[in-house]
Design a protein around this ligand. Structure first.
Ligand code: PLP
Length: 375
């Protein structure tokens, strides 16, 4: 009998460290509303990204997306569309509906698995006035190595570029550019299942300090100075205890990510020759999981059966793609010419493998064995 290998095993700070942080919060008698821990966390996250960036923390990643879209694009009346990949988590397309826009789903590029700028260009050329902006996503938190092509497209068209990098805090686009510094702003989640997790939390990162100020008004009932509502807002503030956990998580992040990347490297070495292709740029990613493409739908089915028999919990993210979720299929059905062939093809073949901090060598070997046995 072996133990089941879970898909995700969150790694949180030692309870004694959290307890000390909580004592200080009680001592300060300041539990939320931009307290000292929240202020420190925003600064520390910005410093880690290394360029001149500013951070607005949020209660979760989805509210951070709603805030970023509402403030950057302005609230819509559902007459305009926003470009968004279907190969992403449902929160992005849902957030843009909350902000008052319709999704226009773009396909992905076969090689990079990232949103394809040519697909976006075709949509905008057919209806230039209907487009309000772009909600790009870094696929599975992995930095799009050609994000600059999107930045050029956005500039050329005068479109705001919001990037959903939810699972990707700690990822990089290239050896010199961190995920977090591209576009108009980037959005992160600190959900417990993400590599940088606090429980529930989120953040928006931008070069524009005035945008951070607006985002902080948005998340605090739209209050400007003097508790005067100056805009439509909501309550989406990060609590002090969550921020304190975030500060402790930040200290451990880079060594934790090293462990995850070592596991990915072992997977790639063994699985590449067995017909499994890794998501490009994964070696620079924060790695909530290991994302691979099997050679065919049958190959994927065999791999999933083999993993299950070996008591390894695996997934296939993001299958189904968002345009096939029931609500979106009913409300925002795609016409034949809007088909997303590369998204559909990848969804038939994608395999998501568990990656934890410091995975035991036996566990890594068990995952590899189960996968390579079905080449
Ligand atoms: C996790 C995730 C979100 C949602 O973040 P929450 O903090 O859970 O609200 C949004 N987009 C993507 C791509 C995600 O992976």
């Amino acid at each position: 009998m072996t133990d089941r290998i879970p898909f995700i095993r969150p790694s949180f700070p030692d309870p004694s460290d959290v307890s000390r942080a909580y004592e200080q919060i009680v001592e300060a008698n300041w539990f939320t509303n931009f307290g000292p821990c929240e202020r420190r966390l925003g600064l520390a996250m910005g410093e880690m990204l290394g360029e001149d960036v500013h951070v607005a923390t949020f209660a979760n990643g989805t509210l951070a997306l709603v805030g970023a879209l509402s403030v950057v694009l302005g609230r819509g009346d559902h007459s305009q569309y926003v470009l968004v990949p279907a190969f992403t988590f449902a929160a992005g397309p849902q957030a843009l509906l909350w902000a008052g826009y319709r999704p226009a789903f773009v396909d992905i590029d076969r090689e990079s698995w990232q949103p394809d700028v040519a697909s976006a260009r075709a949509i905008v050329e057919a209806d230039p006035d209907g487009c309000a902006g772009i909600l790009l996503a870094n696929t599975l938190g992995t930095g799009n190595p050609t994000v600059d092509a999107w930045e050029e497209f956005a500039t050329e068209r005068g479109l705001p570029l919001v990037i959903d990098s939810a699972a990707g805090f700690g990822s990089a686009y290239t050896s010199t550019r961190a995920v977090g510094v591209a576009g108009t702003c980037e959005v992160f989640s600190m959900h417990a299942t993400k590599p940088f997790g606090v429980g529930e939390g989120g953040a928006v990162v931008t070069h524009d300090p005035a945008l951070v100020e607006r985002l902080e008004q948005f998340q605090n009932f739209g209050f400007g100075p003097g508790r005067d509502s100056t805009m439509l807002g909501i309550n989406a503030k990060l609590s002090e205890l969550s921020a304190a956990i975030g500060l402790l998580q930040l200290e451990r992040l880079s060594s934790r990510l090293d462990g995850r990347r070592a596991t990915l490297a072992a997977y790639v070495r063994a699985m590449g020759p067995a017909g499994m292709t890794v998501l490009p740029n994964s070696h620079r990613a924060a790695l909530g999981c290991g994302s691979f493409r099997a050679g065919s739908a049958d190959h994927r089915a065999a791999v999933m059966r083999s993993l299950s028999a070996a008591d390894v919990e695996a997934r296939n993210y993001y299958n189904p793609p968002v345009h096939r979720h029931r609500y979106f299929a009913e409300q925002h059905a795609l016409s034949a010419q809007d088909a997303l062939p590369e998204t559909e093809a990848l969804c038939d073949e994608v395999v998501s493998l568990p990656i934890h901090d410091d995975m035991a060598a036996d566990d890594v070997e068990r995952v590899i064995e189960a996968v390579v046995s079905c080449r």
